[in-house]
Design a protein around this ligand. Structure first.
Ligand code: ADP
Ligand code: MG
Length: 360
C-alpha cells in the first residue's frame, strides 16, 4: 500500500466521535412537572474513540482465505474462472428460480452516511432488476430529499400521502400510501421534505426506533423484497431503517477517502444489532462508480477486497453518465437503457444478492 494514496490516514491520528443511538428510555429533565424533554436527553450518547480506518482497525475484516488443497501457503490459488473486476475469480451466479408464491419479504437497507455514493441509484436499479426476476418488490424512500421518489418520476409537490403520514398518523394505512413505481412488480412508499420533521417528532413516540418496522409489518406478507433507501446520516431515521431490516448493503464509491467514516457506520450497525435487532446482517459492500481503466480505480478496489474479503460483492457498478440520464428520465436504467452495461451490472447484482439469501 503506497503512502499518500488517500484511503489511509496516519495510524496515530484518532478522532473522538459521538455516536448517537436512540434508546427506549425516557429521562425527565430537572423540572419534575415538565413533559417536554430535550431531544438530547433521549439519546444514549456513546463517546467512542474511533480511529479512522488505517489498516489496523478495519471494519468487516475477514481473515485471509485458507490455501486450497494442494496449494502451498502463500501461493495464489489456481484460477478456476476468469478474474472479475474485484480481482477475484468471478463465480458463476445461478439464474434466479421463478417464485410461485409471494410473501415473507426480506428487508434490506442501503446505508452509508456519506451522500452521493449510490444508495438511491442502487435501491432503484436493484429493485427493478429483482422485479425483472419475478420478485415482488417494495421500495421505501426514507430520505427527506425524496430522490428515490423523484428518480421514479414522482413530483414531490404533488404527493398526497407519504411515508411521513404513515409513520406518524395512526389512521393512515400502508395501502393509503403505496403507489406503483412504473416498473411492473415494484411499488413505492414515497417521501418528500415532510419526512425531515419526523426525525424530531418520532423522539416523543413510544418505541420510536421500531416505528418503521411496525408500519412495514403488513407489507411483509405481500412482497418478496423490501428495499429501504436511507438518508445520508446515522440519525433516528437510519436507526429505524436498520431496526426494520434483515440486512444492510453498504454502497461505497471507489474513490479517495471511500473508507472514511465506515468504521462509525459499522459501530452503529453493531449497536443496533446488539440492542434493537439481533437478526441484522451485513449483506455486502458494493463498489460503485468504479473506473477499471485507471490505476487508481483498480487500487481502491484492491484495498476494499483486502479489507473486507468476501463481504465485497463480486459485482461492481462502473461509472457511467447513463445513471444520471435515467434519473432525469424518472425511470430505472434497466428500462431506460435496458441493454446497457449499467443495467446488466444491476441485474448481475440482483443474481448475486439472491444467491446470498437463504430462501430467495
Ligand atoms: P446517494 O443516494 O448515496 O446520495 P445517488 O444514488 O443519488 O447517491 O448517486 C449520486 C449521483 O451519482 C447521482 O447523480 C447519480 O445519478 C450518480 N451516480 C450513481 N451511480 C453512478 C455510477 N455508477 N456512475 C455514474 N454516476 C452515478
Ligand atoms: Mg440518496
Amino acid at each position: 500500500m503506497r503512502h499518500g494514496y488517500g484511503l489511509e490516514s496516519p495510524a496515530s491520528r484518532s478522532q473522538v466521535v459521538v455516536s448517537t443511538l436512540f434508546t427506549g428510555v425516557i429521562r425527565r429533565t430537572e423540572n419534575p412537572g415538565s413533559q417536554i424533554v430535550s431531544e438530547q436527553s433521549h439519546r444514549l450518547d456513546v463517546a467512542a474513540t474511533e480511529p479512522e480506518p488505517d489498516g489496523s482497525m478495519l471494519p468487516f475484516e475477514r481473515p485471509a482465505p485458507a490455501p486450497a488443497p494442494g496449494q502451498a501457503p502463500g501461493q495464489a490459488p489456481a484460477p478456476t474462472a476468469e478474474l472479475g473486476p474485484t480481482g477475484r475469480p468471478m463465480p458463476v451466479l445461478p439464474e434466479p428460480t421463478p417464485l410461485s408464491v409471494h410473501g415473507g419479504a426480506r428487508v434490506v437497507s442501503m446505508c452509508n452516511q456519506k451522500g452521493g455514493v449510490g444508495k438511491t441509484t442502487t435501491t432503484i436499479n436493484l429493485g427493478a432488476s429483482l422485479a425483472e426476476y419475478g420478485r415482488k418488490v417494495l421500495l421505501v424512500d426514507f430520505d427527506p430529499q425524496g430522490s428515490l421518489s423523484v428518480g421514479l418520476g414522482l413530483n414531490p409537490h404533488e404527493m398526497d400521502l407519504t411515508i411521513y403520514n404513515l409513520l406518524l398518523q395512526a389512521d393512515v394505512t400502508l395501502d393509503d400510501v403505496v403507489v406503483p413505481s412504473g416498473v411492473p412488480g415494484m411499488d413505492l412508499l414515497p417521501s418528500n421534505i415532510d419526512l425531515s420533521a419526523a426525525e424530531v417528532q418520532l423522539v416523543n413516540e413510544v418505541a420510536r426506533e421500531q416505528t418503521l418496522q411496525r408500519v412495514l409489518a403488513p407489507a411483509l406478507a405481500d412482497y418478496d423484497v423490501i428495499l429501504i433507501d436511507c438518508q445520508p446520516s446515522l440519525g433516528l431515521l437510519t436507526v429505524n431503517a436498520l431496526t426494520a431490516s434483515d440486512g444492510v448493503i453498504v454502497p461505497l464509491e471507489c474513490e479517495y477517502f471511500a473508507l472514511r467514516g465506515v468504521a462509525l457506520l459499522k459501530t452503529t450497525i453493531d449497536k443496533v444489532r446488539e440492542r434493537l435487532n439481533p437478526r441484522l446482517e451485513i449483506e455486502g459492500v458494493l463498489g460503485t462508480m468504479f473506473d477499471g481503466r485507471t490505476l487508481h480505480g483498480r487500487e481502491v478496489m484492491e484495498r476494499l477486497v483486502q479489507a473486507w474479503g468476501d463481504t465485497v460483492f463480486h459485482t461492481v457498478i462502473r461509472r457511467t453518465v447513463k445513471f444520471s440520464d435515467s434519473t432525469v428520465a424518472g425511470e430505472p436504467i434497466t428500462t431506460y437503457a435496458s441493454s446497457s452495461a449499467g443495467a446488466d451490472a444491476y441485474r448481475q447484482l440482483a443474481k448475486e444478492v439472491l444467491s446470498r439469501w437463504p430462501d430467495a
